[in-house]
Ligand binder design. Structure first.
Ligand SMILES: [Fe+2]
Length: 254
């Protein structure tokens, strides 16, 4: 059982500055000092540089598939055209010669991101314990016993994930509970548990508010924070390379 420690676990910021600013204000207001980020700082949104600069202040940040794709362009094969165009544009922003000094530091930061982070019996990854950067663990995977058994086999006690942008709790008895089902609170017991912390910058569970979790000892709270997505949408519409759908979906949380 992990010691009592207050921390925020966030994921999938996706270059959404308004959402991460709102979440960081909420974290600060709660007096939380430790922030662990599960990756995908960039991709999709209009403020990659600003979001990387904020991520540098977190205690731990893990590599996500969009961060990886910005670093290595051959890692975009599995991306759909909209996601690929967004990554290519993000790379351009990080290659802007007018910001060469800051951009060098941003590339160094991205290049050094770890794929997993372990704290006692807790594991932190972007995707899954089996393939940390890219594999999805979707709610419907509870019907796939082979996959979930293999994944839980790599979890010592608790594993925090992001990537699908669908928050909730997976338990070894092939159950997935979205936050509404547990009234946003979940108490970790001795059984193996996988917590998807949801997405700060592009929620896809039908709630347009930014999502993250607060962990206080064994208590996990799913937190939603409203932010000015109109402003985020305007910025995305203004960039030709960013598909309008990337803005539209923010208003609906899909
Ligand atoms: Fe993501």
């Amino acid at each position: 059982m992990s010691e009592r420690k207050l921390k925020a676990v966030i994921s999938d910021i996706h270059s959404n500055l308004e959402a991460i600013q709102a979440v960081l204000a909420d974290i600060e207001q709660r007096g939380i000092k430790e922030i662990i980020c599960l990756g995908d700082i960039i991709g999709y949104g209009a403020n990659p540089r600003e979001c990387i600069d904020l991520a540098k202040t977190f205690n731990v940040t893990i590599l996500g598939n969009h961060d990886e794709a910005a670093l290595w362009s051959d890692q975009t094969e599995s991306f759909n055209p909209v996601a690929k165009d967004a990554v290519d544009w993000t790379r351009q922003m990080l290659e802007d010669p007018n910001e060469s000094f800051s951009n060098t530091k941003r590339w160094d930061f991205l290049g050094e991101l770890q794929r997993t982070y372990r704290d006692n019996s807790d594991l932190y990854v972007h995707g899954s314990p089996r393939r940390p950067v890219r594999e999805y663990v979707f709610p419907e995977d509870i019907a796939n016993k082979g996959k979930m058994d293999d994944i839980f086999g790599r979890v010592e006690h608790v594993c925090y994930i992001g990537h699908s942008h669908m928050p909730g709790v997976f338990t070894e008895d092939m159950t997935f509970r979205p936050p509404q089902e547990v009234f946003n609170q979940y108490e970790i017991n001795s059984r193996k548990t996988i917590i998807n912390v949801g997405s700060v910058g592009q929620p896809r569970d039908g709630d347009n508010r930014a999502c993250y979790v607060v962990v206080d000892g064994n208590k996990v709270e799913f937190v939603r924070v409203a932010y000015d997505f109109d402003e985020t949408m305007k910025k995305i519409y203004a960039v030709r390379e960013l598909d309008n759908f990337l803005a539209d979906r923010l208003a609906e949380g899909r």
